[in-house]
Design a protein around this ligand. Structure first.
Ligand code: ARG
Length: 582
């Protein structure tokens, strides 16, 4: 049990024992300002408001009923807040329990629930650009965190492997392909032919016509075009796998858009039969059912001076299906075959309307799951404009990763020139990729963030290298010992304020992690890890470890060990590894 849960259950017991009756929700939160205590509750204020009485008097009554023995003391502040001060002995006991707990105090809030995480999902034969990096890194972190919290996680890469771009790719494949280049680097070669054909269509309408015919043949099941399409998917996957390997990202499934092709016609008929969709100008569309206010209705839009229909099209007049049709088939499959209790879509802000429509349509279709669009903003260059290369193209993900590793290598060579070449290269990979991931994950995902190399690689700063370096420092303490250290055997004694603060933060890990998934904010975890590392450095400066006498020495070593475990685990949940040395 976390300290917070302990306080909440004691508070609930006190309310039950009193004549007050419990308010709808009893919540205890970590105090924002440590001068007022470790935790606080506004229960008295909530209750007083319900019954229109004096909150301070009510708070007094609650405190007189509270059994806090051995855990904390309580006092009243301001208009009726109750502040809790955890006793150092209670922090010590809690720390001792955390040391023995493989899950570091993190509760299994997700036990028994299945969540499908839909992330990365690049489009075949188009390069993965830095926008996809956000989806890939955030999605992977959410998968890792959810797994640690006990959810059954299914990571699904819903790649865009079907669509109008294949008309151009097929034509390019037949007329422009350089087989050797394709073999050496598949994605750039596919992108090259796509670009060339695309440019040719601008000048020559007959090329566009040829591409359209290739697409129609593919959709009709033409053997040659299908074979080329298959090969395109295979080589693209090969290219993508190299990137995912560099990023240390894995998927349980790669069910791309094409996987659902066979289901689309039946789905449209079903929605027609159920009256959820109807015909309009030859197309099949989902319109508003009038159950929401127009401002909350994804099928209405405000234009000029009134609300007008904004339907989701699921079959075009020419019979073609759309992105929305595939997404409806996909969610049905995930709910029925995988029993998904939750489905999280990690996709940029521009697709917000699409997901609102899909979720609303699913509800009318009685396909239930807890849907979340985990949206994110854009990545900006240091000039605060959308990140582009010098030639004006979108920056490609592989180039960013290569540069990150090269820059990290230079920093490491400067800091520690005596490392063996192999090890230095491995450290550069861990540090460079870690820096890119942490820069992403320490931001609020909805704000646009500025991609600044020097800032993300700084050894002193709010960066992955700073945190990785902290874990390396902790390891080096243990390297100085003659025998392996067993933290579980140590008696924990907390007297110095720096020791107590470190223990306070250790206890917070298990409270914070479930909150990360409440609004999908990995930055809460990232910022917590920075706070923990800073607290560790203050502790290490103020409190001698190896030079103190027993039993304090073992107690402090155990604090170092636990800090190291939480930092490494926490970084691991963000998909960031830690080197042995740096
Ligand atoms: N392929 C899409 C894109 O790059 C993202 C797909 C997201 N997932 C989904 N189920 N719609 O924009």
């Amino acid at each position: 049990m976390t300290l917070l849960q302990d306080l909440e259950s004691r508070l609930a017991a006190a309310l039950a024992a009193s004549s007050l009756g419990a308010p709808a929700v009893v919540t205890v939160t970590a105090a924002a300002d440590l001068r007022f205590g470790d935790y606080q509750t506004n229960a008295a204020m909530v209750l007083a408001k319900e019954r229109k009485t004096n909150p301070r008097a009510l708070a007094q009554e609650i405190i007189s009923q509270l059994q806090l023995d051995g855990l904390a003391t309580a006092d009243i502040a301001g208009p009726g807040f109750i502040n809790f001060h955890i006793l150092p002995s209670a922090f010590a006991a809690h720390t001792a329990a955390l040391i023995r707990d493989p899950s570091l105090g993190v509760p299994a809030v997700g036990a028994g629930q299945t969540v499908v995480v839909d992330f990365s999902a690049p489009n075949v034969a188009k390069p993965m650009h830095v926008g996809h990096i956000r989806s890939t890194i955030i999605g992977d972190a959410l998968c890792r965190i959810a797994r640690f919290l006990g959810f059954h996680v299914i990571a699904d890469n819903h790649i865009g492997d079907w669509g109008t771009q294949f008309g151009m790719i097929l034509h390019g494949w037949k007329t422009l392909l350089d087989a050797a280049a394709l073999d050496a680097a598949p994605i750039p070669e596919l992108v090259r032919i796509y670009r060339e054909v695309n440019a040719a269509t601008q000048n020559d309408p007959s090329v566009l016509e040829t591409c359209k015919n290739e697409l129609v043949k593919l959709q009709a099941g033409d053997a040659e075009n299908l074979a080329i399409w298959h090969q395109c998917i295979e080589v693209s996957k090969r290219g993508l796998l190299t990137i995912y390997e560099t990023l240390d990202v894995r998927f349980d499934h790669w069910l791309g858009e094409s996987y659902y092709n066979d289901r689309l016609a039946g789905l449209v008929n079903e929605l027609l039969e159920q009256g959820i969709a109807r015909e309009s100008h030859g197309a099949i569309c989902i319109f508003s059912d009038g159950s929401n206010k127009p401002q909350d209705d994804p099928f209405m839009v405000y234009r000029d001076d009134g609300w007008i229909d904004n339907p989701a099209i699921i079959r075009k007049a020419d019979g073609g299906f759309l992105y929305a049709t595939t997404d409806l088939a996909t969610l049905q499959f995930r709910i029925e075959s995988w029993k998904a209790d939750h489905i999280w879509y990690v996709v940029g802000v521009p697709q917000q309307l699409h997901f609102r429509q899909i979720f609303a349509a699913a509800a009318r279709w009685a396909k239930t799951s807890r849907f979340e669009h985990v949206a994110f903003g854009s990545i900006l260059g240091e000039d605060r404009k959308l990140m582009k290369t010098r030639s004006g193209d979108n920056v490609q993900l592989t180039d960013v990763l290569t540069e990150a590793v090269e820059r990290a290598a230079r920093i490491i060579a400067e800091k520690n020139p005596n490392l063996p070449t192999e090890e230095a290269a491995e450290i550069a990979r861990i540090v460079g990729i870690g820096a890119v991931k942490f820069a992403e994950l320490s931001q609020n995902r909805l704000t646009d963030y500025v991609f600044a190399w020097d800032r993300m690689l700084a050894l002193q700063g709010d960066t992955a290298p700073y945190l990785q370096y902290s874990t390396v420092r902790i390891r080096s303490i243990f390297r100085k010992l003659d025998a392996p250290f067993d933290a579980t055997a140590a008696r924990i004694i907390l007297t110095e304020p720096e020791e107590i603060h470190l223990a306070r933060l250790h206890a917070r890990f298990g409270e914070l992690l479930p909150a990360v998934l409440e609004d999908f904010r990995p930055n809460l975890l990232a910022n917590y890890l920075l706070e923990l590392a800073r607290a560790f450095h203050s502790f290490f400066e103020a409190c001698p470890v190896l030079k103190s006498d027993e039993p304090v020495r073992s107690s402090r070593l155990a604090l170092c060990d636990l800090t190291g475990r939480i930092l490494t685990t926490g970084l691991g949940l963000l998909g960031i590894r830690c080197p042995e040395r740096m």
